[in-house]
Ligand binder design. Structure first.
Ligand code: MRU
Length: 368
């Protein structure tokens, strides 16, 4: 997507042909910084400390991490170690394991001399495929927005609520939940987006709001607790969120707070859609509440808040007493029964084992 007139992806190969440049998202919306990463440790830090974040982008970053390691040392031992080290960076988004498995399944049978080149080529393909998947998600999601626009809101904006950032910053480009919104804008279908701030890290306030402003999408930032109220007043026509891991039966794990939005949507008859590329489906698990590991992050993310002060400097301030401990579960699980539909690259389906198996029979069968 464009940043002040220049097209960017979130991650790309540096002109040197081997190191990786990425947008360091910790500074947005206040500063736009690009970092050059040259080591696997650097990639691991970028994922763990959330310079890059969002399930698809975490996967692509890890793929490039494997490529960097293979250039240094293409041995089996190095391949095993890089898989383990990168896999340990963040536990919830399944795209990380998916991308590492893709890399290792490709590289293992190859002679060592061929591994680095093959790894860079596969990492680039995973990145390009992500863009294609998101465009397809956009096309399918657009039809839902178009239908609401023509049947319920002729001549008025369709009000869409989203949580966290499942935008282009969470992927390589376009985003998942935002792809239908960007396409609706292109097609002059009026939309307005309610952006949940998404405590504690404020991915909505920092990142989704920045994306919406940058692309001229009418939007309003709201506190996380406002969604239910807005739904009761008929101010939300649909919810679209992303996901970090969706189970084979359609349970959706996403940023903490998503579940509460789904409950409020159900209570108010507001359609609740989840946009996801197929690498986000974990075919090995069924019950998301019992089986998905939920990342517990530092309590500092709850107690300390980043912002820009009156002098224009970006700094952190404490919002709770020094002695108060904070808990920080980073994700929650929305049961399939609360999900109106899953918007995938192959189309929209109900959130159920049958729905997913109908769209992806090959993968459902392989996992059975
Ligand atoms: O902790 P984050 O910022 O990596 O969490 C991101 C989300 O929860 C997104 O909604 C999800 O990864 C989908 S991104 C297309």
């Amino acid at each position: 997507m464009n940043v002040e007139g220049t097209h960017y992806r979130t991650i790309w190969l540096n002109d040197d042909g081997w190191s990786v440049d990425l947008i360091d998202q910790r500074w947005l919306p206040h500063e736009f910084r690009v970092e050059n990463v040259r080591t696997v440790d650097g990639i691991a830090t970028a994922i763990r400390d959330m310079w890059v974040r969002g399930a698809p982008l975490i996967g692509v970053s890890a793929a490039y991490g494997v490529a960097i390691r293979m250039r240094e040392d293409p041995s089996d031992a190095a391949l095993d170690a890089v898989w383990r080290d990168l896999h340990a960076t963040r536990p919830t988004a399944i795209n990380l394991r998916w991308a590492l498995d893709e890399m290792s399944n490709l590289l293992c049978p190859l002679p060592e001399a061929e591994r680095a080149a093959a790894a860079y080529a596969r990492a680039a393909r995973i990145a390009n495929e992500d863009v294609d998947l998101n465009r397809s998600i956009g096309r399918h999601g657009l039809e839902i927005i178009r239908k609401i626009a023509s049947t319920k809101k002729p001549g008025e904006p369709v009000n869409i609520l989203t949580h966290c950032n499942a935008g282009w910053l969470a992927t390589v480009d376009y985003g998942t939940a935002t792809a239908p919104i960007y396409l609706a804008m292109e097609q002059d279908i009026p939309v307005h987006v309610y952006v949940d701030e998404t405590r504690p890290r404020n991915q909505g306030a920092h990142l989704t709001a920045w994306e919406m402003a940058g692309h001229g999408v009418p939007h309003t930032l709201i506190v996380d607790n406002a969604g239910g109220h807005l739904m009761q007043r008929g101010k939300v026509d649909m919810v679209i969120v992303g996901t970090d891991r969706t189970t084979a039966r359609g349970d959706v794990c996403n940023k903490i707070g998503t579940y509460l939005k789904a409950l409020a949507a159900e209570d108010n008859g507001v359609p609740f859609y989840v946009a996801l590329p197929s690498p986000t489906i974990d075919w090995t698990v069924q019950d998301g509440v019992k089986e998905i590991p939920i990342e517990e992050r530092s309590g500092d993310e709850v107690s300390l808040v980043w912002g820009r002060n009156a002098d224009g400097r970006v700094e952190q301030v404490r919002i709770s007493p020094d002695a108060t401990p904070a808990g920080n579960p980073a994700f929650d699980v929305t049961p399939a029964r609360l999900v109106t539909g899953l918007i995938t690259e192959r189309g929209v389906t109900e959130a159920s084992a049958q729905g997913l198996a109908d769209l992806f029979p090959d993968r459902a069968k392989a996992a059975a």
